[in-house]
Design a protein around this ligand. Structure first.
Ligand SMILES: Cc1ncc(COP(=O)(O)O)c(C=O)c1O
Length: 379
């Protein structure tokens, strides 16, 4: 454990551990949000997030959590009755569909099996059958399953059919390579409390020129969410935000981006990938299965593990908690069978080792799985 340690080691897929440097940035005396000092922080967040998303466009802060960012994207880009295709292979994939329906859009759901990656041919067929579809929604790393969807492939197909490509990158951006401009993504959303190692409370949205054109045409009502107003504010000579932002969270995110740059973005991405591989290796070594059995591409930031037959995930989670480690429960379809290990943000290999060694100990005590060995479970 390197820093920011609370009573429990947060091996959760958000909120994640907030490192000391970032905690300190949030603990500074309050400053007014219309000062030069705060304006500089807004400017550094807006430009500093570009490389994490892989875009040269300004990234908009939205004063909400992640789902506020995705809902705002729907409200800003469409009109009632517009059609979209939603890739639903996880809770957060399905959430796009629910947001869109709440705003009166017609949603074509696909990839509804949570155990599988998205089948690009299925998307191609769906878009051929429904030529009026204006956008495809997808989640990059779906935190409920541990998949890393092939956003580049989805974007290629979406673009070929003239559809916008909208990506929930809430548990991905900052922890896994994301190439917004290169892949041809039109909207991507993230939030402060995951790979950005900060408190919850801020969402961030990247938009392409095509997305801005859709925004101009869109007739859905919005006010607080209005992306034009946010863009005007953050790209002003003195960058600022409409209304009062969560000042402390903005300062934390600014510091977290500086930390990521100090470590090196490529190094951060490689660290996440190495931790994910170590968790999967240890899972197999302990005789456990991943929850989503058909996946081909795995999230570098979170792993969903099936509890052994006859053992509830709560038993595993309680055992870990008794050893000072918090992991998350399963979500939705996987609630009764799964626990989720987050390895994102400030989490390091030493934390992964501690978690998987504790898991081996618990399984040994339950007389299930393979016996714990002396070597770190994750290696
Ligand atoms: C992939 C993904 N999308 C969206 C959300 C929703 O974000 P929030 O809880 O910040 O509203 C989460 C939260 O866990 C998530 O993991």
């Amino acid at each position: 454990v390197t820093s920011g340690q609370g009573p429990l080691l947060l091996m959760t897929p958000g909120p994640t551990r907030v490192p000391d440097r970032v905690l300190a940035a949030g603990a500074l005396p309050m400053i007014h949000h219309r000062t030069d000092e705060f304006s500089r922080e807004v400017g550094s967040v807006v430009s500093g997030l570009g490389p994490l998303f892989g875009t040269a466009s300004p990234v908009l802060p939205v004063h909400a959590t992640g789902r506020g960012g995705t809902e705002a994207a729907i409200a800003n880009l469409f009109s009632a009755g517009d059609e979209i295709a939603a890739c639903c292979n996880g809770k957060f994939g399905a959430m796009w569909a629910a947001h869109a329906e709440a705003y009166g859009l017609t949603v074509h759901r696909m990839a509804t099996d949570w155990s599988q990656d998205i089948d690009a041919d299925e998307l191609d067929r769906l878009l051929t059958r429904h030529p009026a579809v204006r956008a495809v929604t997808v989640t990059c790393t779906d935190t409920s399953t541990g998949v890393c969807n092939d956003v580049a492939a989805v974007a290629r197909i979406g673009r070929a059919h003239g559809a916008l490509v909208m990506v929930d990158g809430v548990s991905a951006v900052g922890g896994t390579p994301f190439a917004f401009d290169e892949w041809g993504v039109d909207v991507a959303v993230t939030a402060s409390q995951k790979c950005l190692m900060s408190a919850p409370g801020l969402a961030f949205v990247a938009l392409s020129e095509r997305a801005w054109a859709a925004h101009e045409r869109s007739r859905l009502p919005r006010r607080y969410w209005d992306f034009s107003e946010i863009r005007r504010s953050v790209t002003a000579a003195r960058p600022n935000t409409p209304g009062t932002p969560p000042v402390t969270v903005m300062r934390q995110v600014a510091e977290a981006i500086r930390m990521i740059n100090d470590e090196g973005l490529d190094v951060v991405w490689a660290r996440h990938e190495a931790m994910a591989q170590a968790v999967r290796r240890a899972t197999a070594r302990l005789g456990l299965s991943l929850q989503a059995t058909g996946l081909r591409r795995f999230a570098p930031t979170v792993t969903a593990i099936a509890a052994p037959p006859g053992i509830s995930p709560e038993t595993i989670r309680d055992g870990l908690k008794a050893r000072g480690i918090l992991v998350a429960g399963g979500l939705g379809t996987f609630e009764a069978t799964c626990f989720r290990v987050g390895h994102m943000g400030d989490i390091r290999m030493v934390d992964v080792d501690a978690t998987m060694t504790a898991l081996a100990d618990i399984l040994g005590g339950l007389g299930t799985g393979r016996p714990a060995s002396a070597e770190p479970a994750a290696r």
